[in-house]
Design a protein around this ligand. Structure first.
Ligand SMILES: Nc1ncnc2c1ncn2[C@@H]1O[C@H](COP(=O)(O)OP(=O)(O)OP(=O)(O)O)[C@@H](O)[C@H]1O
Length: 256
C-alpha cells in the first residue's frame, strides 16, 4: 500500500515559544484512508496541518504528501492536495465564483479567463455542481462581503474541491455550518472517497465525526498519545462512544 502522507520525527518550534508546538511526531496515512487527527485546543493540530499543506515551514523532520517530499517538491505536492482551512482565506471584494476561479487558475487547472462564461465547460459544470451540493448555486455571482460566515465557509469548501484533489485536508470543516449543510458536505466527501479513492485527513472537535474514520491519531501538547482505529481506543478506555473514550484518555489517562 502506498502512503499518501508520511511524517517522520516532525518538530515545529515557533520563535520565542518555550516548548515546541509539535514535538518529534511520526505517523503515516495510506492512500485512500480516512484519517482523523484529534486533540484539544492548542495541541498542535493546526501547526501540523499547516506544515502538511505547505503553508508553514517545519523546524526539523521529514514530511511527504502525495508521494512528494515537501522539502524538495512542495509545488508538485500542492497540485495534488485540497484544503479546507479553519480560517477562510477569501477575497471579500470579489464575487464567490471569482474567488473559486482565481483559486482554480492559481492551482494551474485552467488558464485564467476574465468571465465565467469564457471558462472551459469542465470548470463551469464543476462549479455549478459543487455549489448546488452546498446549496449556494444562486449566490455564486454575489460579492463575498454580502455573505454570512457560514456561506463564506461553503465557498471555501467548493474552492478546495474544485481540482479533485488526491489528498483532502479538512481543518474543522463543519465549523460554522448549519446541520443540513454539514450533512451534505459529509455526504459529498464520502461520495468523493468512494468514487475517486481520495485520502481524507480530518481535524475536528466534533468527535462523533471521527467515528467513521479508518484510523485516528490523538495529539496532546505536541506529542502523539494514541494511534489506531476508533474501536481500539474505545476498547482501550472501556467506553461505548469515541467521544467518551477521547475525553477519558485526555482527562484520566495520564495524557493531559
Ligand atoms: N504563530 C505562532 N507563534 C507562536 N506560537 C504559536 C503560533 N501558532 C500556534 N502557536 C502555539 O502552538 C501551540 C499549538 O497550536 P495549534 O494552533 O497548532 O493548536 P491546535 O491543536 O490547532 O488548537 P485548536 O484546536 O485550538 O485550533 C499552541 O500552544 C499555540 O499557542
Amino acid at each position: 500500500m502506498k502512503l499518501a502522507i508520511d511524517v517522520q520525527n516532525l518538530t515545529k518550534q515557533y520563535k520565542g515559544a518555550g516548548k515546541p508546538a509539535v514535538d518529534n511526531i511520526s505517523f503515516s496515512v495510506e492512500e485512500g484512508e480516512f484519517f482523523a487527527f484529534l486533540g484539544p485546543n492548542g495541541a498542535g493540530k493546526t501547526t501540523t496541518i499547516s506544515i502538511l499543506t505547505t503553508t508553514l515551514g517545519k523546524s526539523s523532520g521529514e514530511v511527504s504528501v502525495a508521494g512528494f517530499d515537501l522539502e524538495k517538491d512542495a509545488r508538485a505536492a500542492r497540485a495534488h492536495i485540497g484544503i479546507i482551512f479553519q480560517k477562510p482565506s477569501l477575497d471579500l471584494d470579489l464575487s464567490a465564483e471569482e474567488n473559486i476561479r482565481l483559486h482554480a487558475c492559481l492551482y494551474g487547472m485552467y488558464g485564467y479567463r476574465p468571465f465565467f462564461s469564457w471558462m472551459p465547460k469542465g470548470y463551469r459544470e464543476r462549479v455549478i455542481k459543487l455549489a448546488e451540493i452546498m446549496g449556494i448555486a444562486d449566490k455564486l455571482w454575489k460579492p463575498l462581503k454580502t455573505f454570512s460566515g457560514g456561506m463564506q465557509r461553503k465557498i471555501e469548501i467548493v474552492r478546495s474541491l474544485i481540482h479533485q484533489p488526491d489528498v483532502l485536508f479538512l481543518d474543522e470543516p463543519s465549523q460554522g455550518l448549519d446541520p443540513v449543510s454539514r450533512r451534505s458536505l459529509w455526504d459529498y466527501i464520502n461520495q468523493t472517497r468512494r468514487e475517486y479513492g481520495t485520502t481524507v485527513f480530518l481535524t475536528t472537535h466534533y468527535i462523533d465525526e471521527a467515528e467513521q474514520v479508518d484510523r485516528l491519531c490523538l495529539i496532546n501538547k505536541g506529542c502523539i498519545v494514541f494511534e489506531g482505529a476508533p474501536e481500539e481506543l474505545k476498547e482501550l478506555r472501556h467506553q461505548g462512544s469515541l467521544e467518551d473514550a477521547y475525553i477519558n484518555l485526555l482527562t484520566e489517562g495520564g495524557a493531559a
